[in-house]
Design a protein around this ligand. Sequence first.
Ligand SMILES: Cc1ncc(COP(=O)(O)O)c(C=O)c1O
Length: 405
Amino acid sequence: MVTFLDEKEKATPVFNWPFSKIANSLEASVIRETLKISSKPGIINFAGGLPASELLPIDQIQECCDSVLTDHGAQALQYSISQGVPVLRELIAHRISRQGLPVTADNILITTGSQQGLDLIGRVFIEPGDYVITELPTYLGALQAFNFYQARYAPIPMDNDGMIIEQLEEKIKEFRPKMIYVVPNFQNPSGITLSYQRRKALMNLVFRHQIAMIDDNPYGELRYSGTPLPSLRGLGGDAVIQLGTFSKLISPGLRVGWICAPVSAIKIIEKAKQAVDLHSSTFTQFIAAEFLKRGYLDPHIEQIRTAYAVKRDTMIAAMKEYFPPSIRWPYPDGGLFLWVQLPDNVSASMVFQQAVHQGVAFIHGRPFHPDGSGDNTMRLNFASSSPENIVEGIKRLARVLSQYC
Ligand SMILES: Cc1ncc(COP(=O)(O)O)c(C=O)c1O
């Protein structure tokens, strides 16, 4: 017989959920709070990490959906294998091989966005207390993923050529890290690209010290200026695990990303994925595959590159015109972000409060710093606003900054 608590009993106790220590230690993301404020009506929002909504290929996705349902109906709506739908893995392997790094479908594991790739990497590599080398600043989502596995960090400062490799060997000897995590192209948040010389030097150290090398590359195909560079996996081959995603190239809502790695690593990561979600959405994998098969991806990337280049240039021109001269930023050759460095004594959180009153929002840079530094930094997304709003937003921000800088 089922018995129910009466109303009085239900109301009394506050249930103490027996969450794990790690779950209880997780901090609410500052960014989530910021995004809540910045999505209020009337605010020009440079805060999110979103691609431009007006450039999402709705009509083409609609065609792909129709064709997937017509041609693969039941198969596309069924369970599928953990490694990912074979046709999609083949198409991704073909694209990667085109860039000069021959891989096959066996080297690809489909993930639910690269954020899941980061979680899976954390799962299979990190024991509590292990050190991970990161750039300083680094992608906040990677820190959130690795924090779950109780990683510790040895961050390496960056200059305009990326991670300062001269400091890396010292840190490797001091911390004996489990892995090195880098976003080598148009990094989130700094927009900085790791130079060719540094890529080679980094791979030399990886080989010498035998450390797992994670190359997180969501923005590599979004270059608007400068010369394309060989990927870390292109230089280091099987010593490198590369993460990719269609989030910024097609649509983040598809949640289709991938891990490209030697088969021996794919096999282990696949087991971890099985435990997490069995497999990524069969349906959106088929849609992504159809998008590629129809030849939509390259022209679409061309279209977003052209639009984002204009937006980047518009934001930089407005910053040059309106920002106080003490403010600096590295020039991003691609990606979505401009990284603003205020004078050392200015806190971006103070600026944020005032900026929201003026109707513009950005993301404070400090959460991207595993060592707690970076109070004087902020990240602006140039891709998701219209050129008119970019100019107006920068004017508003400049009015606030001129009180501090
Ligand atoms: C460096 C980096 N890695 C991974 C991700 C996660 O992307 P997704 O899970 O949408 O593929 C992002 C998203 O902004 C990112 O900037």
